[in-house]
Design a protein around this ligand. Structure first.
Ligand SMILES: N[C@@H](CCC(=O)N[C@@H](CS)C(=O)NCC(=O)O)C(=O)O
Length: 223
């Protein structure tokens, strides 16, 4: 197995779970953005993360990859057994973050040119997306105001997924400044030994809202 990733990108949660579970999965770091690696032939949806299995099958999307990685260690506290309410709750948060935080709001704000050909409209789209992003974070803020982690009383794959988006929040400025419980969560997330190890292995965060990701070296992080 091999994980296709890029420094500080939305592949970070999968890399974190590999470290949390000490899975023997090497991580290949690719370059995103202009002049970067062509993801289309490597991944099903032209995006990272992607998990390349030993038989050549490639699985895309955190929503599939995170549970798949956790299931490599049956009984891990990072997920929950099939058929349990906790498993459904963990998957619900991953679905919500994937659609409402990333797809519907964060990506719109970062790439307004995809939503209007008129450059004069881009700033308005960016601001509206940030307002909507703030609203979308409210259920998360509410939950984290009463508990340390999204489900139960322990860190799960849902928290690993949220962790990467929480790390982007300070870059959005005043529109997202008023999320104290999320900020405290982000500090807890970044302090985890697995997250620190991944940050160190991946190198500097290339993410800046409104800008393309900076090229990063195509390198492999050993398992
Ligand atoms: N919903 C996907 C989102 C994946 C995604 O958007 N990946 C971005 C990087 S953060 C990507 O690969 N973009 C392709 C590119 O920038 O060329 C997931 O969470 O797995």
């Amino acid at each position: 197995m091999q994980l296709l990733a890029s420094p500080g990108a939305t592949s970070l949660p999968a890399h974190v779970i590999i470290r949390e579970l000490d899975l023997p999965v090497p991580v290949r770091l690719l370059r995103l953005g202009p002049g970067g690696d062509d993801l289309a032939p490597l991944t099903p949806f032209g995006r990272i993360p992607a998990l390349v299995l030993d038989d050549g099958t490639v699985i895309g999307e955190n929503a599939a990859i995170l549970p798949f990685l956790a299931d490599q260690r049956p009984g891990t506290a990072l997920f929950a057994p099939a058929g349990t309410v906790e498993r459904a709750q963990i998957q619900a948060w991953i679905g919500y973050i994937n659609s409402e935080i990333h797809g519907a709001t964060q990506r719109v704000g970062n790439r307004p040119h995809l939503y209007s050909d008129d450059p004069a409209a881009h700033e308005g789209i960016r601001q509206a997306a940030r307002r909507r992003l703030r609203e979308a974070f409210q259920p998360i803020e509410d939950r984290l105001g009463e508990a340390e982690w999204l489900v139960g009383d322990r860190f799960t794959i849902a928290d690993a997924y949220l962790g990467v988006f929480a790390s982007y929040v300070p870059h959005f400025g005043p529109a997202l400044a008023d999320l104290p419980a999320l900020a405290a969560f982000s500090a807890r997330f970044e302090a985890r030994p697995a997250v620190r190890a991944v940050r160190e292995a991946e190198g500097p965060l290339p993410f800046r809202p409104g800008a393309s990701a900076q090229p990063a070296p195509d390198q492999e992080v050993p398992a």
